[in-house]
Design a protein around this ligand. Structure first.
Ligand SMILES: Nc1ncnc2c1ncn2[C@@H]1O[C@H](COP(=O)(O)OP(=O)(O)OP(=O)(O)O)[C@@H](O)[C@H]1O
Ligand SMILES: [Mg+2]
Length: 236
């Protein structure tokens, strides 16, 4: 697997109004890695993800994606460049059917000529069974699969997930973990995810960044990504 650099974040500052939340975040991710961002509630994990994908303006610092400085690009341009995003709380269109939600993913699109609706149904057969169901009436886990499917359809180079297992029953969490590992193994995808669920972190993260008060303060890799270390960081 090639090990070239996908994402480089350097000294990122951002916030809301005049209040800084991100206060000099630096991190990097190489092709094919699955990297977790962990930390206690309110430290700025979701803010960092929104900043990475361009929904929140960067005050200072740089975001380099595939060797290009994307710091000034809008979210739609970043999506076209290869960012995929599944926000915390999923955010599917509740009045639309599964199929229609996936069509929106196709409209947002990814790299030219690579639309993958059938692939979504292969990874998430439940969505195929429910393709005509209105998304808002599905379970949290089904909606999460749909949100992931909608991002997958754009064939992102880098998929960013914000707490994919939050409020979802364990059997579906396991299915989602398996799907994410398959995206990397079979599609060569790179994944960054925020998570507070210990089992999910241990199941998929090869490396973790620890976030505290708007900064990345530590990282864990290899054997150090274990229950004791991760639990200590989450202060469970
Ligand atoms: N839209 C917003 N406007 C103003 N402040 C915000 C907004 N979103 C988040 N914040 C504040 O920014 C800080 C970081 O929030 P953020 O959601 O990034 O944390 P988090 O680490 O994702 O937390 P959680 O684990 O609860 O999801 C918090 O103090 C929060 O109140
Ligand atoms: Mg959050």
């Amino acid at each position: 697997m090639p090990t070239d650099r996908i994402l480089d974040v350097s000294e990122l500052w951002a916030g809301y109004g005049a209040t800084p939340i991100l206060q000099g975040v630096s991190m990097s991710v190489s092709r094919g890695e699955i990297v977790g961002v962990i930390g206690r509630n309110g430290v700025g994990k979701s803010t960092l993800m929104r900043c990475l994908i361009g929904l929140l303006e960067t005050w200072r610092g740089t975001i380099t994606f595939l060797g290009e400085d994307v710091t000034q690009l809008q979210a739609d341009a970043r999506a076209r460049a290869g960012f995929g995003y599944i926000p915390q709380g999923r955010d599917v269109f509740p009045q639309m059917s599964v199929e229609e939600n996936l069509q929106v993913g196709e409209l947002i699109g990814g790299p030219e000529g690579k639309k993958l609706p059938e692939l979504v149904y292969e990874y998430f057969p439940r969505l195929k069974e429910r393709r005509r169901q209105v998304a808002g009436t599905m379970s949290g886990g089904e909606q999460q699969q749909l949100a992931i499917g909608r991002a997958l359809i754009g064939n992102p180079t880098l998929m960013i997930l914000d707490e994919p297992s939050e409020g979802i029953q364990p059997s579906i969490v396991q299915h989602i973990c398996d799907a994410l590992k398959s995206f990397r193994a079979e599609l060569g995808m790179t994944i960054v995810f925020v998570e507070q669920n210990l089992d999910t972190i241990l199941e998929i993260a090869e490396r973790c960044y620890i976030m505290e008060k708007g900064k990345i303060t530590r990282s864990l890799a290899g054997e150090d990504v274990n229950a004791d270390n991760v639990r200590a960081q989450l202060l469970l």
